[in-house]
Each structure stands twice: as C-alpha cells, then as structure tokens.
Ligand binder design. Structure first.
Ligand code: ZN
Length: 164
C-alpha cells in the first residue's frame, strides 16, 4: 500500500518505523508536505526549509548556499559547464546534477536511528550538498558526540561513588 500524507505524520507514528527503506521512503514522499513545524513560519515542507536558506552560509564550510532550478540539471554537460566541481566531480542525486553548494537537509540525529525526529525542526539543519555528501551516512559525528556524552556520564557517576 502506498503511503499517503496525512497531517499526523509526527512523532506519534514515525517512531514505529524500523526499516531504513521505509524511513527513507517517508522522508522523500513528504518533501513537499507541511510536516516541519517552524518556530516562526508554522508548518512548512522540507523543500521550503531548504529554500529559506538560499543565500545563507553553510554552517559547516561557510560557503553561500544556492537553491532552485538554476542550480540543478539533468544534463551532465550543462552541469560540468556551469557548476563548480566538488572533489573534481559534480554531485549527483537521483536524476539530477547539483551545484555543490545546493541547500540540503541534514538530520543531526540520523533518521534511521531516531525516526520520530525525522521532521522535528530542532533535529534538522540546512547544510550544502558537498558537506552533506562528505558526512555521508557514516554518522561519525554522531558517534563522536555520543562517545563524549557517555564519557561525561561515566565521569559523573564515578565521582558520585568515590569513597568519602
Ligand atoms: Zn558546506
């Protein structure tokens, strides 16, 4: 059965998703649906969130991000002629070649790990495509953060149990 958008795509039903394939499908099928609650703009779609960051610096590399049809094309030749190269290549996602600074959405906590935060505004940040590809699905950042938290927690507990 094809998943249909309904207004209740929120923490309530996304937390019951387990398969990575299903999580990705729901993320992609909701690109144009108002599923993100922006603190000022109200309900917006993931594409609208990306668009809002056009002309703003990428929080990772600091380069100005771009958005819109001008910055993506399904013609490889056009892409090679007009877009700067990223690692001597042009980012390709699906059928499109993208400008390396095209605005994309990154999940701070991976959506496969925590599907209930998939559309949570605080878990999303807009970064450029080159940085997003660099980050990949490796989650190294995520793991490093967790490691730091675990060490901190362990230290707190150990301090508590030190002999008086
Ligand atoms: Zn970047």
């Amino acid at each position: 059965m094809k998943y249909k958008y309904d207004k209740k795509v929120t923490a309530v039903n996304t937390k019951h998703l387990y398969s990575a394939e299903e999580i990705n499908r729901i993320w992609h099928e909701n690109k144009n649906n108002p599923v993100i609650k922006h603190p000022e703009k109200g309900w917006i779609s993931p594409w609208e969130l990306r668009q809002m960051h056009e002309g703003k610096p990428c929080p990772i590399c600091g380069k100005i991000m771009v958005y819109g049809e001008k910055y993506r094309t399904n013609c490889k030749r056009d892409a090679w002629l007009s877009f700067p190269k990223y690692n001597n290549d042009i980012p390709v996602v699906g059928d499109y070649y993208y400008h390396p600074q095209y605005a994309t959405i990154d999940h701070i906590i991976n959506k496969a790990r925590c599907p209930e935060l998939m559309f949570e505004y605080r878990n999303l940040r807009v970064i450029c495509m080159a940085c997003n590809l660099e980050k990949g699905d490796s989650n190294i950042e995520d793991l490093e953060r967790n490691l730091e938290e675990t060490i901190e927690e362990a230290e707190t507990v150990l301090k508590k149990w030190q002999p008086l």
